[in-house]
Design a protein around this ligand. Structure first.
Ligand code: ZN
Length: 497
């Protein structure tokens, strides 16, 4: 067998083991009875061990070096080789003891974090978080892929990104978001969110979310939606994508926008071209690009006026008591209220980026040794005051709110904001090429936008690196002004400025 085919098949097997792992995880979060957790953890550890052993075996190394000798590889094969080499090198650079120690600390850390958040007491989590940061620093040293320790971690989630590059983008972004926020604050005609806090029956919310999924062309032949405590998307093969949503009867946006967000992720995974199905390339280009697809549907489409011109009359029929006499324009404004708040996942489109910038600045300093874990709550509160002008009343609403650090995900947060920036630039390109898209949304027609995304983004999976893909689509480097211009245009109109 030729060496690239051998390499491709080897990594397809690893990918399939990964899908089996994903199925165990999906079931755990959706259906599994609570008491089965120990047995499930054993099963997950077993499959993880199998994947790791196959990945780091000398056989893998030999396949890679054989494939490297080949000349004139086509686009897909050279991307397969690039990604195989990346995964192999990442895995072999890290001693198994370190990987196991991180996994164990993550389990204990998660427990401690849950308890600490519940009691709003940082000290309960402090020791294990300190240990995790130490392990992450050790991991960053071993990886040694970028110019700084933090860059090495960032590269795990956003290949090629460095701390300095992100820092330059975020400094500019935080200044511009601050200006927008101030202007909106001074408006004398602000929207009001009270309509969203009324009682919305959960069964009806579920039905509405399923109706939206169908219209957005979510393919139920190769996917499904369920409910879970924390909404997520997972793929069990290139022909099976699962999403979940969460319903809250007194906070209407949770289910609706959660569904549209995860649908955006799912449409990406459902759109990979057949040649890369189940290969190492059947994945998003990066976490940032993946997030661009969810944000594009959730915010640029799902929170647009055009979207609701079609959907609002339907929604009014679902909830006549709350909405029959409530005007479309007021509803549109209410789902686009901008208000500095403590919790990132509930933040609006303008303040969201500031929440991410806060985490980026803090975790970068933690990894580079510029602040100690004991200083975290005070650093957090200071930064929050500086960026958003508010101070959390307690640590549960401050430094303890996110799950990421307990599991060892340092360098992950920036991908959320990069996702928004990528989305704005890609969406602007879509509008340039297809100016009639918003009019189509008025009529409940979303397939031309999907066709554009399929062509430009989805089909390629992981063939291109994130910035390479962005440039291929938009013929431009990452330009955060697309995002800023989008926010100014939309929110100055909503706030009548
Ligand atoms: Zn997402």
């Amino acid at each position: 067998m030729d060496s690239i085919k051998e390499l491709r098949e080897h990594f397809t097997k690893l990918k399939r083991l990964g899908y089996i792992l994903a199925l165990l995880g999906w079931d755990q979060q959706v259906y599994m009875p609570k008491g089965s957790v120990k047995a499930r953890a054993e099963q997950i550890a077993l499959i993880k061990g199998m994947i790791h052993k196959k990945l780091i075996s000398p056989k893998t190394g030999k396949m890679i070096s054989n494939a490297e000798k080949l000349k004139n590889l086509n686009l897909i094969d050279s991307a397969i080789l690039r990604e195989a080499k990346r995964e192999y090198e990442q895995a072999t650079k890290l001693p198994i003891e370190l990987v196991t120690e991180i996994a164990k600390t993550a389990v204990l850390g998660h427990q401690a974090w849950e308890k600490a958040r519940e009691k709003s007491e940082f000290s309960i989590f402090q020791q294990l978080l300190g240990k995790m940061i130490g392990l992450q620093i050790e991991m960053a040293e071993k990886l040694d892929t970028g110019p700084t320790l933090y860059s090495n971690l960032l590269d795990l989630y956003e290949p090629g990104a460095t701390a300095d590059w992100v820092s330059r983008i975020f400094n500019n972004l935080s200044q511009k978001l601050g200006v927008i926020l101030e202007k909106l604050h001074d408006s004398s005609d602000k929207p009001n969110q009270s309509i969203l806090k009324k009682f919305y029956d959960s069964e009806k919310q579920w039905k509405f979310s399923m109706e939206i999924l169908k219209r957005l062309n979510f393919n139920f032949d190769i996917g499904r939606q369920d409910k879970s405590v924390h909404p997520f998307k997972t793929s069990l093969s290139s022909m099976d994508t699962r999403i979940t949503t969460r319903i809250s009867e007194n906070s209407f946006p949770d289910c609706l926008f959660g569904t549209i967000h995860e649908c955006g992720h799912a449409l990406y995974e459902m759109g990979f071209k057949e040649e890369i199905h189940d290969t190492i390339l059947s994945d998003g280009s990066s976490l940032g690009i993946h997030e661009s697809q969810s944000r594009l549907w959730e915010n640029f489409v799902g929170r647009s006026r055009e979207f609701w011109i079609y959907w609002y009359p339907i929604l009014q029929k679902y909830f006549p008591k709350n909405l029959k006499n409530y005007p479309l324009e007021d509803f549109y404004r209410s789902i686009n209220t901008v208000q500095p708040s403590f919790i990132r996942v509930e933040a609006d489109e303008v303040t969201y980026g500031l929440h991410v910038i806060l985490r980026f600045e803090i975790e970068r300093k933690l990894i580079e040794g510029e602040i100690q874990v004991s200083e975290l709550p005070s650093s957090w509160n200071e930064k929050m005051e500086q960026l958003l002008g508010i101070t959390p009343p307690n640590d549960a609403k401050g430094v303890l709110q996110d799950v990421h650090w307990s599991g060892g995900a340092f360098g992950y947060f920036p991908t959320y904001s990069l996702g928004n920036l990528y989305a704005a630039q890609i969406y602007s390109d879509a509008l340039k090429k297809h100016p009639s898209l918003p009019e189509e949304f008025n009529k409940g027609e979303f397939s031309n936008l999907l066709a554009y995304l399929r062509e430009e983004v989805h089909q390629h999976g992981k063939i291109y690196r994130p910035l390479e893909l962005l440039k291929k689509i938009t013929r431009e480097e990452l330009n955060p002004n697309y995002f800023i211009n989008y926010l100014e245009k939309k929110f100055y109109s909503i706030y009548k400025i």
